[in-house]
Design a protein around this ligand. Structure first.
Ligand code: A2H
Length: 253
C-alpha cells in the first residue's frame, strides 16, 4: 500500500513499572538498563494526547540492547531494521536480552513523552500488526479512530480484556482542532460513522483516512509549545524537539 520507505518517529516510552509477573526475570536479565517500549508513529504532533499504549497479545516482543546502556522493546523484525539504521548498540547487529509475549506486557506502566498525562499503561489491541512499525502503538484517541474505538471497547469490558479499569481510565485529550470535527476529531468521526468497536475495520479504515487528511491539512494545534500553529508546520517541529530531547528517533522501513 505504501510506495517507497515510510518515515516513522520511534517514540521512546520508558518503563516505569513492570507487571509483577515480569519483575523477577527483568531484574536478572535487564539489570542496570534503562528500558523503553518503542512505538512507531506517523503523527508525532499528537503525542500530547497519549492516554495509553497498545501491543498485540499474540505478538512476540524482544528486548534489544541499544546505545548508552538502553534497551528497546519491539518486534525482532523492527530490531533488525533498527540495527541497519545504526539505532541499536552496534551497527548491523541485533542483541536480544529477553523475549516477552505481548500478553505479558499488558499492565506495564510507561512514560508518555510530551504527554499531558505523563505516565500511562500498556493495553491490548486486536489490530496491531506484527509486520509493521515496531509492533508497539502509542494511543492517541483524540485523533486516531482506531485508538478511540479500541479504548472504548476496553473501558466497556475490562474483565473480558483481562485489564484493570484504572489502566484505561484516561479519556481522550484535546490536542488539535479541525474545522469539520472540532477538538476531538476521532471521537466525532467514530460517532458520526456509527462505529461500534475496533472490529469495524472497514469503517475504521475510512475514518482513519478522513481524520488523517483533516488533521494534517486543516488542523491547528490547541495545546503545547506550538499552540496556534497549523499541524502541517508543527509536525516537523514537534518531531525535532522530541528527537533533540532524546525521547525519539527517526525510524524508516
Ligand atoms: B499512528 P501506516 Cl493520532 N499495527 O500514531 C497497527 N497500527 C500501527 C502499527 C502496527 N504494527 N504501527 C503503527 N501503527 C499505527 C498515532 C496516530 C496514528 C494518530 C492518528 C493516525 C495514525 C497514534 N496512534 O495513523 O500504515 C500508528 O498510529 C494513521 C496513519 O504505516 C502509526 O501512526 O500508514 C500508523 O498506524 C502507521 O500507519
Amino acid at each position: 500500500e505504501n510506495l517507497g520507505p515510510q518515515e516513522y518517529t520511534g517514540l521512546k516510552m520508558e518503563v516505569v513499572e513492570w507487571p509483577s509477573e515480569l519483575k523477577e526475570v527483568v531484574s536478572s536479565k535487564l539489570a542496570g538498563k534503562k528500558v523503553f517500549l518503542v512505538a512507531a508513529t506517523l503523527r508525532p504532533e499528537t503525542m500530547y494526547g497519549q492516554t495509553n499504549c497498545f501491543v498485540g497479545t499474540s505478538i512476540k516482543y524482544g528486548v534489544f540492547a541499544a546505545k548508552n546502556n538502553e534497551a528497546y522493546v519491539c518486534t525482532n523484525r523492527a530490531a533488525r531494521n533498527m540495527a541497519f539504521q545504526d539505532i541499536l548498540a552496534k551497527e548491523g547487529e541485533v542483541t536480544q536480552l529477553l523475549e516477552i509475549d505481548g500478553s505479558k506486557l499488558v499492565g506495564t506502566k510507561i512514560k508518555a513523552p510530551f504527554g499531558i498525562v505523563p505516565e500511562v499503561y500498556v493495553l491490548p489491541m486486536e489490530g496491531v500488526k506484527a509486520n509493521k512499525g515496531t509492533g508497539v502503538v502509542t494511543s492517541v484517541p483524540s485523533d486516531s479512530p482506531d485508538d478511540f474505538a479500541t479504548l472504548t471497547d476496553l473501558k466497556k469490558k475490562p474483565e473480558f480484556y483481562k485489564i484493570k479499569p484504572e489502566w484505561c481510565a484516561i479519556d481522550p485529550i484535546p490536542v488539535i482542532n479541525t474545522p469539520a470535527y472540532g477538538d476531538l476529531t476521532a471521537p466525532a468521526l467514530v460517532k458520526k460513522m456509527k462505529i461500534n468497536s475496533q472490529k469495524d475495520v472497514k469503517q475504521l479504515a475510512e475514518a482513519k483516512e478522513i481524520a488523517y487528511k483533516e488533521g494534517f491539512y486543516a488542523g491547528t494545534m490547541i495545546v503545547g509549545e506550538y499552540k496556534g500553529m497549523k499541524v502541517e508546520e508543527a509536525k516537523t517541529m514537534v518531531r525535532k524537539a522530541m528527537i533533540d530531547a532524546g525521547l525519539a528517533f527517526a525510524y524508516a522501513e
